[in-house]
Design a binder for this molecule. Structure first.
Ligand code: RAT
Ligand code: ZN
Length: 415
């Protein structure tokens, strides 16, 4: 048992450092799915966060067309030159690459990108995947699996091996937001659906979701909505949610995950790096929760301005679980603020972070950085409790840390 507040702080820090994390949202893939699992120096350096940053400083002579026509190594060279050598790698994403290389044992002080690339070229993914999971101390990461992108569907149909450390999630943005763009693909897969939906179509979309659930056993169904997401309204999206997605989610017992607030294509020239953020209307989510008490909802929002209202909402509905500091919120100052706010209103009934890793190696820095911030926050909270006379045991501290790093998520899934 610790004797004073400093010793308590050491116990809390150790618990945060050693707790195994469940990463509830990533874009990773099984190694058996061709080259869809991204990893290595060039993927790290061409992460879309860094590409967007590159274009804030690149000379005008570097046009988007030129950049996108380049091979990945040349793109990575440009990011390295402009953000790491000509400037100080101070952004969160740039620092993330440094942390990652460093934790892998590479001497970043040498600034030797060729040497770093050589080291990665010597790795074998079969050994490298478990090594990264171990360094990040993550038990499993939830993927984002599309039931209609041709390549991915083919992989799932072959029933290729998926390691225990990767779990599926069914990503169905186009079903909810761009039905006519996927209707022909779903029809071709043997479902009686129409681009202009008739009565039968909704039942068939439900059947499609149930079939895919049987095939990949998803942890949840997920859709990213823009800040203008409105519910209910007279759109097809409302009908698809009410008549296909929610019924399928309830029938399978999996939550419906909504990621709200990404403003698509603010600068289309940046491709996947071109989205922005805007404040969404939390009342939309409130109405969804009021309408569907039978379903479970996992929600993250992109705008910092939405976080307080969202946290309050999670206190009102036991079928809402908030997670992560998403994308533009995944910065130390905002993670600190959001984690405090959530602890102060929800106790441990939330998931403090997800990595959103698109590149395997990013698990190392995203979780390394988050652990440090969460440790600082928890030390403050436990110190306040200590000063008020409360004496949490080490076991209780570990339990609570695990709760916000995946324990509460799993409890919510089993609820
Ligand atoms: O954070 C990101 O990498 C975004 O580009 C999106 O992938 C977002 O997380 C999403 O899942 O839609
Ligand atoms: Zn994502």
């Amino acid at each position: 048992m610790y004797k004073n507040v400093n010793e308590l702080a050491a116990v809390v820090r150790k618990a945060v450092e050693t707790t195994v994390i469940t990463d509830v949202h990533t874009h990773l893939s099984p190694p058996s799915h061709g080259d869809s699992l991204l990893w290595g120096a060039d993927e790290i350096l061409t992460y879309h966060y860094l590409v967007a940053e590159l274009f804030t400083v690149a000379p005008r002579s570097l046009t988007y067309e030129k950049f996108w026509a380049m091979p990945k190594t040349a793109q990575a060279d440009l990011v390295w030159e402009h953000l790491f050598l000509k400037r100080g790698a101070l952004s969160e994403a740039a620092r993330g690459a440094i942390t990652t290389f460093n934790r892998l044992g590479l001497d970043v002080a040498k600034r030797d990108l060729a040497g770093i690339r050589k080291w990665f070229a010597e790795q074998k993914i079969e050994d490298y995947l478990p090594k990264v999971l171990e360094l990040a101390n993550v038990d499993y990461a939830v993927m984002s699996n599309s039931p209609y992108s041709a390549g991915e569907v083919g992989f799932w149909q072959q029933d290729l091996p998926v390691p225990e450390c990767l779990k599926a999630a069914l990503r169905i943005d186009s079903i909810a937001r761009a039905w006519d763009s996927v209707a022909p693909t779903i029809a071709q897969a043997g479902y009686d659906v129409k681009p202009e939906p008739d009565e039968k179509t909704f039942d068939e979309v439900r059947r499609f979701l149930l079939d895919w659930s049987g095939r990949i056993n998803p942890m949840y169904f997920a859709v990213s909505f823009g800040p203008d997401f409105a519910y209910p309204d007279d759109s097809l999206c409302t009908q698809i949610i009410d008549r296909a997605i929610v019924p399928a989610a309830v029938e399978t017992g999996v939550p419906f995950a909504l990621m709200i607030g990404a403003r698509g294509n603010v600068n289309p020239n940046l491709k996947s790096a071109g989205c922005g953020v805007a404040v969404a209307d939390v009342m939309t989510l409130t109405r969804l929760l009021q309408k569907h008490p039978e379903a479970k909802f996992l929600v993250t929002m992109l705008s910092r301005d939405n976080q307080h209202e969202l946290t309050v909402l999670a206190r009102k509905f036991g079928n809402l679980h908030v997670f992560g500091c998403w994308w533009f919120c995944n910065n130390p100052s905002i993670i600190d603020e959001m984690t405090r706010q959530r602890l102060e209103m929800l106790g441990t009934a939330f998931t403090c972070q997800h990595s959103d890793a698109r590149v395997l190696d990013q698990l190392i820095y995203k979780w390394g950085h988050t652990r440090k911030i969460v440790a600082d926050v928890l030390v403050d909270k436990y110190s306040d409790l200590f000063n008020a006379g409360w004496r949490p045991t080490e076991k209780e501290i570990k339990r609570d840390v695990r709760a916000i790093f995946g324990g509460s998520f799993e409890e919510f899934l089993n609820k």
